[in-house]
Design a protein around this ligand. Structure first.
Ligand code: ADP
Ligand code: ASP
Ligand code: MG
Length: 445
């Protein structure tokens, strides 16, 4: 009888900053990744590091070299402490020290450079380069067979600043193909190259997105996001007590929640996974036995599942008695935002006005100047979008009345309902966010 060996597709496991935030945590992660399954392990920088690197880059940018060097030295001391708690052999310790020296010497070297954006991005990249090198040396010390593959060899953005999926797929396969027999690949989240070949990144929190893009490129069986909480909670645990993990979410529900502020996932993480129909599993590194949240194409349960909030929103109202209802008016308004590459999040209309929201205000002045040709323009800053997500909310009896009863005392500036079957968005002033999230939890869950 012939036997067929079924080769399991590889998985991607991403560990966030807290998950690799200390020697003890790095050891725990090594334990979680050391089974026989073929996998790509994507690491963030150790928690706090990227913030410190942002500060160091700012100091260099402001010509405050001495202060920048003080911060670099402090960070190096922290890493040396981690290193001595992590490694037990002289060989690993020496290797680790040489590795740290090369990264920290590079950082110190920026004190004599003319500072540019490119320098800043190179500085920010050091966090992920450090954490992955620490992990690789630890795996070598523990005889865990692994290979450190540089994300800068295969992660790239295109001319629009979007990930270049075709390039990523081709180069990832090329990179992994160099090492036959290797089952455990370790690489950096967050960092990539831009079309000019410079070091760049996928924006803050971008390691989740890296993992999803790599999962898509590798046609992975599953993309696991390991973090410091046991899955996607039904409200923001930083503002609301007694939130609880949701067992299952659909790609659409999770995508909506991530886009509208649920910090557990970078806003774009769900897109590549959904496109390739690869389940995303959110797990807790501190409590690996907890079930976590499975995000897939299946939708379970009806009704409201979770609430999230996105801050720093600017609302723009254009009042124009004459033109609003004329055909072509909205197109002209949207064209102004398109010209200035500013995405619109929410939109509501009445007979004499249209209100919309943006979170990127880089071109607000130009946008307002052009909008003024079409009517009176009013701006509200520091607003928050509260996004209420679930399956088939619209056909769920009572959901709307519960939401509005909960928000009885909260001044609501805009409501968006009906855009999809699983989302209701409410705009309020940021000062009411805390109250709104807590009241919604009380009434909905
Ligand atoms: P990592 O460093 O692992 O990427 P993050 O800090 O980026 O972790 O994301 C995890 C954090 O997201 C949690 O500790 C929690 O405070 C916050 N968070 C916000 N909204 C949610 C939510 N709906 N469910 C779970 N966590 C959330
Ligand atoms: N280290 C990066 C950040 O802190 C990316 C990430 O952690 O996802 O934003
Ligand atoms: Mg994160």
């Amino acid at each position: 009888m012939r036997r067929f060996l079924i080769k399991l597709r590889m998985i991607v496991m991403k560990f966030g900053g807290t998950s690799v935030g200390s020697a003890e945590r790095i050891k725990a992660v090594a334990n979680l990744i050391s089974d026989d399954r073929e996998k790509i392990v994507v690491l963030s920088a150790m928690s706090g590091t990227t913030n410190t690197l942002v500060q160091i880059a700012r100091l260099f940018g402001e010509n405050r070299q001495t202060e920048a060097i003080v911060e670099i030295d402090k960070l190096e001391t922290k890493y040396l402490e981690t290193l001595s708690a992590l490694y037990s052999t002289e060989e690993a310790t020496n290797k680790g020290k040489n590795m740290l020296k090369s990264h920290f010497d590079l950082l110190r070297g920026f004190s004599s450079a003319t500072f540019s954006d490119c320098n800043e991005r190179t500085i920010l990249a050091q966090g992920e380069l450090l954490s992955t090198a620490l992990m690789q040396i630890y795996c070598e010390e523990q005889n865990i067979a692994s290979k450190l593959v540089p994300a800068l060899n295969f992660m790239r953005t295109d001319q629009n600043g979007e990930p270049d999926s075709a390039y990523i797929k081709e180069q990832l396969h090329k990179e992994l193909g160099k090492y036959s027999g290797v089952k455990l690949f370790i690489t950096q989240g967050f960092i990539c190259r831009n079309p000019a070949g410079e070091i760049d990144n996928l924006k803050r929190g971008g390691s989740d997105y890296s993992a999803s893009l790599m999962g898509q490129a590798a046609a992975a069986a599953e993309i696991q996001i390991w973090t410091d909480i046991d899955g996607f909670h039904n409200n923001d645990p930083r503002y609301v007590k007694n939130t609880r993990a949701i067992r299952e979410l659909s790609f659409d529900e999770a995508g909506e929640l991530a886009y509208f502020g649920a910090k557990i996932l970078h806003p774009a993480t769900v897109w590549p996974a959904r496109e390739s129909n690869i389940p995303l599993l959110l797990k807790n590194t501190m409590n690996p036995d907890a079930q976590g949240t499975l995000i897939s194409s299946h939708t379970k349960g009806e009704g409201i599942k979770a609430v999230a909030a996105k801050d720093c929103i600017t609302a723009i109202k254009i009042k124009s008695g004459r033109m609003l209802m004329a055909y072509g008016f909205l197109r002209k308004v949207f064209e102004i935002f398109e010209t200035h590459q500013t995405p619109i999040d929410m939109i509501t209309t009445s007979e004499i006005a249209v209100s919309l929201t943006i979170d990127n205000t880089a071109h607000l002045d130009e946008i307002v100047t052009e909008l003024k040709h079409y009517g009176y323009v009013e701006i509200d800053r520091d607003m928050t979008i509260i996004c209420i997500v679930g399956n088939n909310i619209m056909s769920c009896k009572g959901s709307i009345s519960k939401i509005f009863t909960a928000l009885d005392d909260v001044p609501v500036r805009m409501v968006s309902y009906g855009g999809s079957r699983h989302n209701i968005s409410i705009l309020t002033d940021n000062i009411h966010k805390d109250e709104a999230l807590n009241r919604l939890s009380e009434y909905l869950f």
